[in-house]
Ligand binder design. Structure first.
Ligand SMILES: CC(C)(COP(=O)(O)OP(=O)(O)OC[C@H]1O[C@@H](n2cnc3c(N)ncnc32)[C@H](O)[C@@H]1OP(=O)(O)O)[C@@H](O)C(=O)NCCC(=O)NCCS
Length: 311
């Protein structure tokens, strides 16, 4: 078995790895599902068409998907992002995805990918490595020194009718070339830099291949120079009257939270979900008048002997 960086030629094999690990069993033969149905079912890597766009975007952004090859066939894939993460993390390598084909699990492929990512994190002088989410395999990560760091909480609320206006500007495609500054206080499903790329990537995929889902509203971004924040509203797949909110900002103030709700109101959303960092959960739940619920956890591994690198 060897670990190497993925290329676009690996798309078909990478998609096979992910199709062999569905989140829930397919209720119809996979061949009978359209590209949009597959995408809705399990994301980009459920078809070669959307998988190619996803991998193309990753490679174009300078990200490095890794694969394990066995006898000329790709049997496992990992994706990771290096960037400045939420407090108390500094420069962090976040593992966003790690899957081994079901026919090849427990044969060492996952370990090879973990070792490669640890050595890259050390080389890049990261302070930490993280992995987050539903965490299907916490026992696997604890073998590599990962432990619980923090829980993110979800605040789900109906959008109040508001009359206030704001000085925010709408994001244009040219703005997408610049990485956002500040902490991703709201919406850290993945590392801050990856989340940014994923929103841009989702817009490209939607425009390129998901035309049949024209009713799916376009994610809309706004930024405010005066208040120093950037936000995005991304409609949920299963309920397009509800949006997931993302907000990058140096500091999350009551005014910024109010602006997020105004934005959702102006865009016609009835409900929003704000996934909050523990430091801002009380502020957000007070303004939204909704109790938070535990939602997402981040596991962390500290890297020894590393120094802070400014990104
Ligand atoms: C979890 C996963 C990445 C592990 O990769 P793998 O190649 O199967 O694991 P390895 O063969 O390298 O196993 C290394 C060790 O971890 C253990 N291990 C493997 N999967 C484990 C799990 N789910 N929980 C706890 N320990 C696990 C193995 O038993 C092995 O220990 P041993 O050497 O004492 O036998 C892989 O099984 C997988 O893709 N699973 C489905 C998707 C998933 O859960 N991904 C991770 C969360 S996103």
């Amino acid at each position: 078995m060897i670990v190497r960086e993925a290329t676009l030629d690996d798309t078909k094999d990478i998609v096979s790895v992910h199709l062999a690990n569905p989140d829930r069993p397919f209720d119809k033969p996979i061949e009978s599902l359209s590209i949009a149905e597959r995408y809705r079912y399990g994301g980009s890597l459920m078809s070669i068409e959307s998988g190619a766009i996803h991998l193309n975007n990753l490679l174009a952004w300078g990200s490095v998907p890794l694969v394990v090859e066995e006898k000329g066939k790709v049997i496992a894939e990992a994706e990771f992002y290096i960037g400045r993460d939420v407090p108390p993390l500094g420069t962090t390598l976040d593992i966003s995805l790690l899957y081994v084909h079901s026919d090849f699990q427990r044969q060492g492929a996952g370990t090879l990918l973990m070792r490669e990512m640890i050595s890259r994190a050390e080389r890049e002088k990261c302070n930490y490595m993280t992995v987050s989410g539903g965490l299907g395999a916490p026992g696997f990560y604890s073998r590599f020194g990962f432990s619980h760091l923090l829980d993110l909480k979800a605040v789900d609320c109906s959008v109040p009718r508001r009359t206030d206006t704001c000085t925010c500007e709408t994001y244009t495609p040219a703005d997408f070339e610049k990485l956002p500054r500040g902490t991703l206080w709201i919406g850290r499903f993945l590392s801050p830099c990856q989340k940014w790329q994923e929103i841009v990537d989702a817009i490209k995929k939607r425009d390129a291949i998901l035309k049949e889902r024209v009713e799916w509203p376009r994610p809309v971004g706004r930024y405010s120079k005066s208040d120093g924040f950037l936000s995005f509203l991304v409609p949920e797949w299963r309920n397009i009257s509800k949006a997931d909110v993302y907000c990058w900002s140096e500091e999350l103030t009551p005014k910024v939270v109010s602006e997020l709700l105004s934005h959702a109101h102006l865009e016609g959303y009835g409900r929003v979900c704000l996934l909050c960092h523990p430091e801002v959960v009380k502020l957000v739940s007070d303004i939204c008048r909704s109790a938070p619920r535990r939602s997402w956890q981040i596991l962390v591994r500290k890297l020894t002997g590393s120094c802070q690198k400014q990104l």
